[in-house]
Design a protein around this ligand. Structure first.
Ligand SMILES: [Zn+2]
Length: 113
């Protein structure tokens, strides 16, 4: 299973390079992750994308102005502070506990037998 986790979103006051509106741009920073029953493992890189709510377009980095790039760098740093790390799920602990109980029981049987 693979999906993206939203880390950070920020609205910009900059002009949209496509429709020139000043109130439509929004950055979304996501971090991909792999997830299974035992753990959740986020990928190491954070992706940022720019979307304009005015003209309903994704604005690709080739069209970014230097002002937008500056705001991107600033917000990327904020996103970095919200970075996700490996998370162990409760099932892992239950399985570990179960394994310990089984091993302890096996040792007990060996010793007492
Ligand atoms: Zn626009």
């Amino acid at each position: 299973m693979e999906n993206d986790k939203k880390l950070h979103q920020a609205r910009l006051n900059n002009n949209c390079p496509t429709c020139f509106g000043t109130d439509g741009l929004e950055f979304t920073f996501t971090q991909g992750k792999r997830e299974n029953l035992l753990f959740e493992k986020p990928s190491s890189n954070i992706e940022g994308s720019l979307y304009c709510h005015n003209c309903k377009n994704t604005i690709y980095p080739v069209n970014w102005t230097s002002d937008i790039e500056r705001v991107y760098d600033y917000n990327k740093k904020i996103a970095e502070t919200k970075r996700q790390y490996l998370k162990i799920k409760p099932l892992t602990y239950i399985l570990l506990l179960l394994a310990i109980v089984i091993i302890a029981a096996a040792i007990y049987l060996l010793i007492s037998g």
